[in-house]
Design a binder for this molecule. Structure first.
Ligand code: NAD
Length: 535
């Protein structure tokens, strides 16, 4: 839900960005048009031939240096992220910077191992060959990013793409343009040649659309809402451009009767409220066994009541986008109008400047309320009792989304069984959000929450084309099945031999295998005898 950036009256090709927490102006950028975007893609294409020829050692060394540049100046970078999102500096350091530093370290250590050619077993009927597959960069990758974790959600896929040998064109959300620019700055300070990363600045309607329609893109990586994702997917499909789509979610946490209720309460409050609830894998519904419902609600409300909105470490930062704040207000109103009860929060503090919305706990909701069906993306915790695990799983899976989820229980066997039944891309047991922070775990959603995944071994390979190779080194004139096929005078005999060979090799029936073996010997002997006799 991108807000149209404010254009300058005297120069419509520029737009201003304001700090959502204070209202002060924090940036002025060029609203790039089709021509600017085409030049960025062309520049990426030009740079690709040199960059794709660099060795993995060279690329890995850059990742290591980038980790140094970022870690040595992390407070300044966190400050820039904080000013354009309204999140606290601590939140920017924890979620945006730390997770990316960890990913840099991970690919620095593992990229070569993940991208080296993979040798495989050959075909039994084709002896003498060496078979393997290798990973080649796709070319120019377009990366379109959202504003909620603007640094890590752009830098993560971009670094995966670059390490695999691609060049990238980045389109940050207009609200968080600076996060895209600091990523480029960090990578170039670390020695990345200019032109490997090209940032296009502007909104979705003009700049994003131009990127989708630009000639010369080999792949698109999109993170954002499901609604825009569908447009991106459609346009890419028309041009057969492969995509990875990381989209919206409506994540559920299930709290069973034997859960550690203190941990569950702290977990769902963190999962629902961190980053002011603007987290794709944030907890949006809490389902609690009826026997512990009252106890959990009490703990959650007490904890939420102890939290404060503000810009200092540990406080809940402001929301980032006015339209998103309106969605939260609208969902709360819709729920209350239909009979739900707000236990704490629910009304913004008129004294507080900025787009702050108080952490809010809501109960007595019904399935027809927006808060139950639509993505909220704000600091709201609806809590719902359930009577059986069946019912909890059914409510959780009754959604168009399938991003992530959580289960709180002391019974790990039951926890694993529930995790298995949730139709999502990831599940945390006795935890929230952290699958994203484990660089070895592929991250992605199912249903309308996404297509494909990144992170981990498969995540870097996702930015490559796989090329299969066979090598034959024996100095033979031809293969037995190439023309002219020997024994063409006796084609039926050849077919019989082949049919017997299939049975010997592939049949699961021992008796048929044995009888086919003796047939094979017999038919081969017949051919040899004919040859020997000269007919
Ligand atoms: P959004 O879809 O409004 O915008 C995302 C990006 O797409 C922005 O850069 C925007 O400028 C661009 N864009 C908008 N219209 C475009 C168009 N027609 N053509 C090309 N580009 C266009 O999403 P948002 O409001 O920035 O982010 C919030 C959404 O993102 C939420 O739904 C959230 O769940 C989702 N999200 C998903 C993940 C994930 O990993 N699954 C992570 C973060 C956010």
């Amino acid at each position: 839900m991108e807000m149209e950036p404010l254009n300058r009256v005297d120069n419509p090709e520029e737009f201003f960005i304001f700090n959502p927490a204070t209202g002060e102006e924090v940036g002025k950028y060029k609203l790039m048009n089709r021509q600017d975007v085409d030049s960025a893609v062309a520049r990426s294409r030009e740079t690709f031939s040199n960059w794709s020829e660099t060795t993995l050692e060279e690329r890995q060394a850059i990742l290591g240096r980038a980790a140094s540049v970022l870690s040595e100046d992390s407070e300044r970078y966190a400050d820039i992220i904080s000013r354009e999102t309204g999140k606290t500096r601590l939140d920017a350091m924890l979620a945006d910077i730390f997770s990316f530093l960890d990913l840099l370290k991970y690919y620095k250590k593992n990229a070569k191992k993940f991208l080296k050619p993979v040798k495989v077993k050959g075909n039994l009927l084709l002896p003498g060959r060496k078979s393997y597959y290798m990973f080649e960069p796709k070319g120019v990758v377009g990366i379109i990013a959202p504003w909620n974790y603007p640094f890590t959600l752009m830098a993560g896929p971009a670094v995966s793409a670059i390490t695999a040998g691609n060049t990238v064109v980045l389109k940050p959300s207009s609200q968080t343009t600076a996060s895209g620019l600091i990523f480029k700055e960090i990578m170039e300070k670390a020695g990345l040649p200019e032109g490997v990363i090209n940032v296009v600045t502007g909104n979705g309607k003009t700049t994003g659309q131009a990127l989708l329609e630009a000639d010369g893109l080999d792949m698109l990586f999109f993170t954002g809402s499901t609604a825009v994702g569908k447009t991106v997917n459609r346009l890419a499909a028309e041009r057969m451009i492969p995509v990875i789509m990381e989209l919206g979610g409506k994540d559920v946490a299930i709290v069973t009767k034997n859960a550690n209720l203190d941990r569950a309460a702290h977990g769902v409050v963190w999962g629902g409220i961190t980053n002011s609830g603007q987290t794709c894998i944030g907890t949006e519904l809490v389902l609690v066994d009826r026997s512990v419902y009252d106890a959990l609600v009490k703990k959650v409300v007490t904890l939420v009541d102890s939290l404060k909105s503000g810009s200092r470490a540990g406080e809940i930062g402001s929301m980032t986008m006015r339209p998103q704040l309106r969605i939260v207000e609208d969902q709360v109103k819709d729920a209350v109008d239909k009979g739900a009860k707000v236990l704490t929060g629910g009304i913004s503090n008129p004294e507080q400047k900025g787009m702050y919305y108080p952490p809010t706990v809501i109960v007595d909701t019904r399935p027809d309320m927006k808060v139950r069906t639509e993505e909220t993306f704000g600091p709201l915790i609806p809590i719902i009792p359930y009577d059986t695990i069946e019912e909890a799983v059914r409510i959780a899976n009754n959604s168009n989304y399938g991003l992530s989820g959580a289960v709180f229980t002391r019974d790990m066997v039951a926890g694993r069984a529930i995790a298995k039944r949730l139709k999502t891309g990831s599940v945390n047991i006795n935890d929230v959000l952290i699958t994203y922070a484990v660089p070895d775990l592929p991250f992605g959603g199912v249903k309308q929450s996404g297509v494909g995944s990144y992170h981990g071994k498969s995540g870097i390979r996702a930015f490559t084309n796989i090329k299969s190779i066979t090598e034959f080194k024996w100095d033979f004139k031809k293969e037995i099945y190439w023309y002219p096929i020997p024994g063409m005078g006796e084609p039926e005999l050849r077919e019989k031999i082949l049919a017997a060979a299939f049975r010997v090799i592939f049949s699961g029936n021992l008796f048929k295998k044995l009888s086919a073996s003796s047939r094979l010997v017999w038919e081969s002997w017949k051919i040899r005898r004919k040859r020997h006799r000269g007919f």
